[in-house]
Write a protein that binds this ligand. Structure first.
Ligand SMILES: [Zn+2]
Ligand SMILES: [Zn+2]
Length: 297
C-alpha cells in the first residue's frame, strides 16, 4: 500500500502547503481522502492519472478539504474519464455536489463544452454516485473497507465531520482524523492502526495566542494532545498534518498568519517545537508531513 500526502496545509492560501488530500493506492486501485486546493495537480505531479481515481471520501465540508473537487471532476470529464466516481461523505455532501455541475455553479461551462461531440460521450461522470453516510462502515469493495466515526470539529448541527479508517483485506490499516479536537471516538477507530494521519493545526505557542486574541476557531488538536492520542490508540506510525502555515517564510502568508499568532514567531523553527511536543508522549515512528510525502506500508 502506498500513501501519498498530497496537501498538508489548512485554510490559509500557502504555496508550500496545498489543501487536505491523501491518496491511498492499494493493488493499483486509488482511494482519495479529501480534495483540498491543488489535489488534482498534486496527483499529476505524482504521476497519478485523476481519471483513474474513482473513490473519494470527504471528511467534512470546510473548503480546505473540498474546494478542488469541482476542478478534479471537470478536468476528469474533459480528459475522457469513463467511470462515474463514488463520493462518500457526511450529511451535506449531496447538497454540495448538487450545486456544482449541471444546473449548478458550472452549468454554463458544461453547456458550452457540450457543443463538442466528444464531450457528449461521458456526461454521466458529472453525476457522481454520492453516498451520504452515518458513522460505521461507509464503503467496501473487494480490496478495502472504510469506516467512519464522528469527530469533534464543526458543531454537528451545522455540519457533521468524519474521521476515517481504511483497512485492506490483507490486514493493513490507515486512519485519518480529518479536522478535530482530541476525540475518543477517533482513538477507538484508530486502535492498533499501522498508520495514523492526524491533524495538528497549530503549535502550542499559537494556541495560547489564539485563546487570548479571540480570533474564532473551530476545534483542533495540539501537538501535546496528539502525542497522547497516538500513544493511546497504539498507532504504529504517526504522520502529523494540516499545518496552519505557522512555518512559512513567505511574506504574504506571514502577514495572513499574523492574525493567528505573533508574526515574529512564525517560521520553520515552529516545526521543531511541534515535533518535540508530540514526541514527549508518543515514542513510535513519527513524521511531520510535507506535500507529496510518501509512506509505504
Ligand atoms: Zn481543515
Ligand atoms: Zn475543518
Amino acid at each position: 500500500m502506498r500513501v501519498l500526502i498530497l496537501g498538508t496545509g489548512a485554510a490559509a492560501p500557502d504555496p508550500e502547503r496545498g489543501g487536505s488530500g491523501i491518496l491511498i493506492t492499494h493493488e493499483g486501485r486509488h482511494y482519495l481522502f479529501d480534495c483540498g486546493v491543488g489535489t488534482t495537480r498534486q496527483m499529476i505531479r505524482a504521476h497519478v492519472d485523476p481519471t483513474e481515481v474513482d473513490n473519494i471520501f470527504l471528511s467534512h465540508l470546510h473548503y480546505d478539504h473540498i474546494v478542488d473537487f469541482p476542478y478534479f471532476l471537470l478536468t476528469s470529464w474533459i480528459c475522457d474519464r469513463e467511470n462515474t466516481p463514488v463520493v462518500v461523505g457526511p450529511e451535506g455532501t449531496q447538497e454540495f455536489i448538487d450545486h456544482l455541475f449541471e444546473g449548478g455553479a458550472f452549468a454554463k461551462d458544461i453547456e458550452a463544452r457540450l457543443q463538442f461531440p466528444r464531450r457528449q460521450g461521458n456526461t454521466h461522470v458529472l453525476r457522481p454516485d454520492v453516498r451520504q453516510c452515518e458513522p460505521g462502515v461507509v464503503f467496501e469493495d473487494d480490496l478495502v473497507k472504510v469506516t467512519a466515526c464522528y469527530v469533534e470539529h464543526i458543531p454537528r448541527e451545522i455540519s457533521p465531520c468524519f474521521g476515517l479508517r481504511l483497512d485492506t483485506h490483507d490486514g493493513k490499516s490507515v486512519s485519518f482524523s480529518g479536522d478535530t479536537a482530541p476525540c475518543e471516538r477517533f482513538i477507538e477507530l484508530s486502535k492498533d492502526v499501522d498508520l495514523m494521519i492526524h491533524e495538528c493545526t497549530f503549535p502550542e505557542s499559537a494556541i495560547a495566542f489564539r485563546k487570548k486574541a479571540n480570533v474564532g476557531t473551530w476545534s483542533h488538536t495540539s501537538p501535546t494532545a496528539l502525542g497522547e492520542i497516538a500513544k493511546k490508540a497504539n498507532a504504529k506510525k504517526l504522520v502529523a498534518t494540516h499545518f496552519g502555515s505557522y512555518d512559512t517564510t513567505n511574506p504574504v502568508v506571514r502577514k495572513i498568519m499574523g492574525v493567528h499568532m505573533p508574526i515574529d514567531i512564525i517560521g520553520p523553527e515552529r516545526l521543531d517545537e511541534v515535533a518535540a511536543d508530540i514526541a514527549a508522549t508518543y515514542k513510535g515512528d513519527m513524521r511531520l508531513a510535507h506535500d507529496l510525502m510518501r509512506i509505504d506500508l
